[in-house]
Structure formats: C-alpha cells, structure tokens
Design a binder for this molecule. Structure first.
Ligand SMILES: C[S@@+](CC[C@H](N)C(=O)[O-])C[C@H]1O[C@@H](n2cnc3c(N)ncnc32)[C@H](O)[C@@H]1O
Ligand code: SF4
Length: 443
C-alpha cells in the first residue's frame, strides 16, 4: 500500500531538510549590513527558555535542568536583544517557548519581560504567549504572567488519561491538571493546550475523551501533535509505534469531532474555537520575520534562517546567531511549502511576486496527491483535504525535492561533490525506514 511505503513526516522541521544543501552560510555582520539603512524590520519575537525539571519519557525538546545559571541566561538574552534594537524595533507578537519557561523564578520572568519591553517596541495589542506545564505553574506565576502582559497561556497537557500520563512520565495528576487549567481559564484571555496522539495503546476514544474534557474547560486553542518516536527517548525504546493507518484514522476522527464542536482546523496540528488566532504561527506560514533569541532558538528574517548555540552554557559564552541565507531562486519554493502548514497554497500570489507557478513547479507531486485524495485544485488555490493535512509535511518535502533535486528551476549547485553528499543525506532522511518494533503498551 502507498501509505506504507511513504514516510509520514510528523514535524514541520522535516519539510525544511531538502533546503539545507542550498543555504549559504553567512555571519551576523553580513545580515546587519544587508538590513542597515533600510526600514527597520518588524515581526514576531521568539524567546527560548531551555530549562525544565521534568524528565518526560518522550521529550525531544532542547532542554536542561535549571542550575545556577538561569539569571545569567536571562541577562544574555537581553544582551542579544539589545544588538537587534537598531534593526528590529517593532514587535507584533511574542512567543516564549521551552523547555518550560515557567521553570524560571518569578524575579527572572519579571526581568525578562520588562527587559524585552524596554528594548523593543512591542505592539499594545500584541499576542503574547508563553508555554508552561502544570507542575511548574504556581498561583504566583499565573498572576505574575498576567501582570507582565501574557494574554495567551499554552499549557502542555499531552493527555488526561492517567495510564498514558504514566507512560509519558508526566508528573501532575489529572485532578491537579484540571484545577490549574480552570484557574488559568479565569485569568488569561486565551488558554491553549497541547495534546499528543499516536501514543502507544491509545485509541480513537481516548483522544475524543481528551478533547471533550478540554472543551468542557473552555480551551480556546488545541494543538494535537503526533508523537515523534525519537530513538533517543525512553518511550521509543520501550514501545511499538502504532501504524500510520491507525494514526490517520485517529486524526480524521479527532478532526471531525472538533469540527462538529465548533473548532476550526487552523494549521496542521492546531484547532481553534475562533478566539485563538495563534498569530505567532502565521509568521512562519507567510515567511514573515521571526527573530529568535536564546539557546537553540531559530528564526527567519530578511530571507535568512537564524540558529543559535544549543545549550545555555554555550549560549551564555556566545549568543551570536549563525546565519543561513536562502538563495532568491528558492524563496518561492519555501513559501509554497510553508503555506501547506495552513492547508492551502494560493496560486496567484507566487505568480505575482516571483513569476512562480506552483502547478508547473510541483506537477508530479500534485498529480499523485490529487489521485490519493489529498489535494484539490481550485481556481486560485491548491487545498489540502483532511488526509492531505495529515500528510502535509510529507507533501511539502516531496514538492521541495521535486523542484530542488529533480532538475527543475535550473538549480545546478547540487552537482558539486559536497552538495551531492548533502543531497544523499537529505533524501535518506525523507525516505521510509521503519524500525524494528518493540513491546506493546499495557498501560
Ligand atoms: C515546550 S513543550 C510544552 C510545555 C511543557 N514543557 C510541557 O511539556 O508541558 C511543547 C510541546 O512539544 C510537544 N512535544 C514534546 N516532545 C514531543 C515528541 N516527542 N513528539 C511530539 N511532540 C512533542 C509536546 O506536546 C509539548 O507540549
Ligand atoms: S515538561 Fe515539557 S520540556 Fe519538560 S521534559 Fe516534559 S515535555 Fe519536555
């Protein structure tokens, strides 16, 4: 079956792999020079706080236990922020992610938010989000965050199912989670949560139960991520990953349920009751500017990816971002692939902006996806069906590979030795290689 041979890419980062061999390494001085004298950049601000005292069995995030260095770390972020003030003064939305940002002390959180407010001009109406987890969210921190201007709290719940919470190594009990969410609901204008599906032994009904409880609490935004079984995680060593067909059925069932209950599908993994606009995520979709600060933080601005040193220690020693410029010829491809995250590629905009025709650039991929019922071609857009949304990251990578590696667009740089090797590595990453399976879950 086609679905078995095709690799289901669960993370949107996977759609970027085909672009890597084409990126041109630059330095920050080059980037500052290229934006100097122009209108100052504006857009989103991402801050990465890599600290977390948790040890979840599935976690693949850049994180470390908070030690004595947290205050130094916050100060390093503010120092890096100051280097951008001249070029990036106007911030339209802020997202503080982790790790678990609320692992910082109240004094450090205050220093961070007030410092950023002094350095950047943050829109009064900006969506300001922070990620947290119940075990690191005290009443003091809830009130402090609201006072500091956070208006969108994103809580990692993963599941309300006690057996599965155990498998995931989550620390708080279900009653405590619901109680904290109820409290947060009263304080923050927007409350969103993260759930996981494709968990060992989890079935359709388990996911619907999670969604029902969330709706009962009045959650505005629900992220529903498929669990990534990274071989380095405890869970991947212990449990068998459900089949792609099972995951697809769970996803379609959840989507229909959410749709029936007034939640719209905003991007691949996010649903909203209409109040949560998740503005921060739309910056990626449109290739608008996102300035990322902090250990492991990435960003995208002025047609460059930013990437920082990955641990707090290294970041404190050197907070200067690495810069990778995306060649002009590739920008429209990246734009189209990014649009897929939102379920639709507009056909007029790339034609108008770059003379780029998605239907010609990705003909083979589009034909196959239409045949499989994943894409529908409308007059001015290509739209993803529910199955298409499930496969969206894979489809994005397939489109990028078709254009960048299969001789379209006159891109010849991959003929050179080192680029050929990079291409081989990238294609390997995207091809299916199902690992030997382990035990099943008996939670
Ligand atoms: C920074 S964490 C959220 C906040 C907090 N640390 C927590 O776990 O409650 C962001 C989200 O990444 C997701 N995540 C972490 N590891 C994952 C994995 N292996 N596969 C898929 N999603 C994962 C989880 O849903 C998590 O809530
Ligand atoms: S609480 Fe969040 S960041 Fe911490 S280990 Fe668990 S999933 Fe990872």
């Amino acid at each position: 079956m086609e679905a078995k041979r095709r690799k289901w890419l669960k993370s949107h980062h996977d759609t970027l792999f085909p672009f890597f061999p084409f990126l041109k390494k630059r330095d920050i001085g080059w980037l500052f020079d290229s934006v100097k004298g122009k209108e100052t950049l504006k857009g989103a601000l991402y801050i990465h706080i890599p600290f977390c005292t948790g040890r979840c069995t599935f976690c693949i995030l850049t994180k470390e236990r908070p030690s004595g260095g947290t205050l130094k770390y916050v100060n390093s972020i503010l120092e890096e922020a100051k280097t951008w003030r001249e070029y990036y003064s106007h911030v339209e939305t802020v997202y503080v992610g982790g790790g678990t940002p609320t692992a910082l002390s109240t004094a450090e959180l205050k220093l961070l938010f007030e410092g950023l407010g002094e350095i950047f001009q943050i829109d009064k109406a900006a969506e300001i989000s922070i990620e947290t987890t119940v075990s690191e969210l005290t009443a003091d921190k809830i009130n402090l965050l609201a006072d500091l201007g956070v208006n969108r709290l994103s809580v990692g719940v993963q599941t309300f199912n006690p057996g599965l919470r155990n498998v995931l190594g989550r620390r708080s009990g279900v009653k405590e989670v619901i109680k904290k969410l109820d409290t947060a609901r009263k304080v923050f204008p927007l409350l969103t949560i993260d759930f996981l599906y494709d968990l060992p032994g989890q079935d359709k009904r388990d996911v619907l139960t999670d969604l029902r409880i969330a709706m009962g609490i009045g959650i505005d935004g629900i992220s529903l991520y498929p669990l990534i079984y990274n071989p380095k995680t405890v869970i991947a060593r212990q449990f068998e990953q459900p089949t792609t067909e099972t995951a697809m059925a769970v996803f379609a069932n959840a989507r229909n349920f959410l749709d029936d209950n007034g939640y719209t599908h905003v991007n691949i993994n996010h649903f909203s009751n209409g109040r949560d606009k998740f503005r921060y995520s739309t910056y990626f979709n449109r290739l608008d500017n996102v300035l990322g600060l902090g250990a492991g933080a990435t960003g995208f601005l002025a047609e460059c990816f930013l990437k920082h040193n990955s641990t707090s220690g290294k970041y404190i020693r050197d907070s200067v971002a690495n810069v990778f410029n995306v060649p002009e010829a590739i920008i429209p491809v990246l734009w189209c692939v990014s649009q897929l995250q939102y379920g639709r590629i507009d056909l007029e905009e790339p034609k108008r902006r770059w003379g780029f025709e998605p239907l010609e650039a990705f003909t083979a991929t589009i034909e196959k996806c239409v045949d499989r019922g994943e894409l529908i071609i409308r007059k001015n857009a290509i739209e993803l069906t529910t199955t298409g949304m499930f496969w969206a990251n894979t489809i994005g990578a397939e489109m990028a590979v078709e254009y960048l590696y299969d001789g379209k667009g006159g891109l010849v740089s991959l003929e050179e030795g080192s680029s050929k090797i990079a291409k081989g590595i990238m294609l390997n990453k995207l091809r299916h290689g199902r690992k030997a399976l382990k035990g099943t879950c008996k939670y």
